[in-house]
Design a protein around this ligand. Structure first.
Ligand SMILES: Cc1cc2nc3c(=O)[nH]c(=O)nc-3n(C[C@H](O)[C@H](O)[C@H](O)COP(=O)(O)OP(=O)(O)OC[C@H]3O[C@@H](n4cnc5c(N)ncnc54)[C@H](O)[C@@H]3O)c2cc1C
Ligand SMILES: CC(C)=CCC/C(C)=C/CC/C(C)=C/CSC[C@H](N)C(=O)O
Length: 479
């Protein structure tokens, strides 16, 4: 490592989603103003943070909600001067294909009594259970503010929540919650619908992503006025990285002669852009896009990164935006005027062709009152497959515009769950392995800061800042 003690000249980041743009921001903080940072993007800055236009207004089509304790996202929004209005949401119902197993009332006290009646103290216990996991998760901010880094996702999670977190990765949320004493009815009627709306998968996803998903049903969730993708464009600007609009095709290690004699190992990044094919050389490379053929298709030459077992399939889901009137009778309402829900979650039922449906507000105006659900509104429908005309006619009594966005949205979670490595080669780092623990904006930001710190410490040989044991205990005494 000692031969590398001079500062790096050039760093490449591949992918300008929240992972890549926050990596560029953290790399700039760590490596200083002189390093050149090139950020490659084949599509649009923001990646899975994107908006869709419906009748002249923009709506979040990808990553939509942010937790109040997602401190990196909070810091970015504050630092970039983005406004964060409080989101209001309307009433929710949980539908099982035949009837509503739960319907929210506009009276707080009625909701409490209904929840107690249906599920006893399980909802309260679940809140406490998720809060405990979040408390442990939040240790990452302390570790990262002291510059500590981890060379594997499992190591990072272990430093936060010990063996419990590792066990959650290797059990389904169903099994994890059953072991924690939650009833099958509660898991089926409450937990599973939350998994379905957030990850379009059922209660067989791993316990850690399951807990993140439950956190995504907490109160106080927020989003950025104008669209969450503004965080990415803001970070790109703040990092002073150079955006290269092009598709990275391959990365190859090469030996280059140094001006002062001897040789240096660099990575040659080959890419296609509107002006043709090109290559450039880098000291360090960060990959901030899922590595699989359908999503990034990057090949490695002269070396084999330890990725073979991660052919990592991503889960298809479709977000359909419909401006129209919902057909309440499809959901069993004999008198549609009594329908008052602004969001419907669903239980696992093979006859159901949607995961969820809910009224959405435009990104420019998140303060807008939730409209009367029976009037015309913009509804966001999540489903596994695109909706057919017949299905649209079942869901809506009338509609005048439809926009559809197909995503390879998140990893297809199944057990056993092993996260891909972070270190792919000497100075190549992979951020998106963290998605196999849980995919969320904050997770990408955590992975980005970790990769920036890890690449810095490995460059300068600061081995004491990598994979330190018992950090929680050590930092308690360092107040
Ligand atoms: C519909 C949907 C809803 C979601 N809702 C939420 C939510 O409410 N809250 C939440 O926290 N998270 C949510 N998520 C998850 C969240 O959006 C993602 O976890 C996060 O945005 C991933 O960011 P990323 O930068 O790691 O990856 P991406 O955003 O996928 O960025 C990767 C970028 O790399 C680019 N790229 C790929 N290959 C190449 C190449 N070869 N060369 C150059 N560029 C390349 C891509 O074009 C892309 O822009 C949602 C996701 C989806 C799809
Ligand atoms: C990472 C931590 C600790 C918390 C994140 C909690 C969170 C915001 C989870 C949401 C995850 C997610 C992938 C949601 C997708 S769907 C969102 C929403 N229902 C929509 O309608 O778009």
């Amino acid at each position: 490592a000692s031969e590398l003690r001079y500062p790096p000249g050039k760093i490449a980041v591949i992918g300008a989603g929240i992972g890549g743009t926050s990596a560029a921001y953290f790399l700039r903080q760590k490596f200083g103003k002189d390093v050149r940072i090139d950020l490659f993007e084949k599509g649009t800055v923001g990646g899975r943070l994107a908006t869709i236009n419906v009748e002249g207004k923009d709506y979040e089509a990808g990553g939509a909600i942010i937790h109040p304790l997602n401190l990196h996202m909070k810091h970015f929004a504050k630092e970039l001067g983005l406004s964060v209005p409080e989101n209001r949401h309307g009433l929710l119902g949980i539908y099982n294909g035949d009837e509503f197993v739960f319907e929210e009332s506009s009276w707080y006290i009625i909701n409490i009594l209904k929840l107690l009646w249906h599920y006893g103290f399980s909802p309260l216990r679940m809140n406490m259970w998720v809060e405990d996991i979040l408390d442990k998760f939040m240790r990452i901010y302390r570790y990262q503010s002291h510059d500590y880094s981890f060379s594997s996702t499992e190591g990072l999670l272990h430093a936060l929540g010990g063996n419990d977190f590792i066990q959650m990765l290797n059990r389904t949320i169903d099994e994890t919650m059953q072991k924690a004493g939650f009833s099958q009815k509660f898991i089926y009627e409450v937990v599973t619908p939350i998994m379905r709306v957030n990850y379009c998968q059922g209660a067989n996803i791993n316990g850690f992503v399951g807990a993140v998903s439950l956190a995504g049903a907490d109160s106080g969730l927020w989003s950025v006025k104008g669209g969450n993708k503004l965080v990415c464009t803001g970070l790109l600007y703040a990092s002073k990285a150079q955006l290269i609009s092009g598709t990275v095709i391959s990365i190859e290690e090469r030996m280059r002669p140094k001006r002062t004699g001897g040789t240096v190992k660099l990575y040659e990044v080959s890419y296609n852009s509107a002006s043709g094919s090109a290559t450039d050389m880098y000291d360090i490379v960060l990959i901030a896009t899922p590595l699989n053929r359908k999503m990034s298709n990057i090949t490695f030459r002269n070396f084999n990164p330890p990725l073979a077992q991660f052919s990592g399939r991503y889960h298809q889901m479709v977000a359909t935006f419909v401006h129209g009137r919902i057909n309440a009778s499809f959901f069993g309402y004999k008198d549609p005027s009594r329908f008052h829900l602004a969001g419907i979650f669903t239980t696992e039922n093979p006859n159901l062709f949607i995961h969820s449906i809910g009224v959405v507000s435009p990104v420019q105006n998140t303060h807008e009152e939730v409209k009367q659900p029976m009037g015309p509104a913009v509804w966001k429908v999540f489903s596994k497959e695109p909706l057919t005309k017949e299905q649209m006619n079942l869901l809506f009594s009338s509609y005048d515009s439809v926009k559809e966005k197909k995503w390879l949205a998140y990893p297809h979670y199944s057990l056993p769950n092993k996260c891909p490595p972070i270190i792919l080669h000497d100075r190549i780092y992979y951020l998106n392995g963290i998605e196999w623990a849980a995919s969320a904006m904050e997770m990408s930001a955590v992975a980005a800061k970790n990769a920036a710190l890890l690449s810095y410490h490995r460059w300068y040989g600061n081995v004491d800042m990598i994979d330190q044991e018992d950090l929680n205990e050590k930092l308690k005494t360092e107040l």
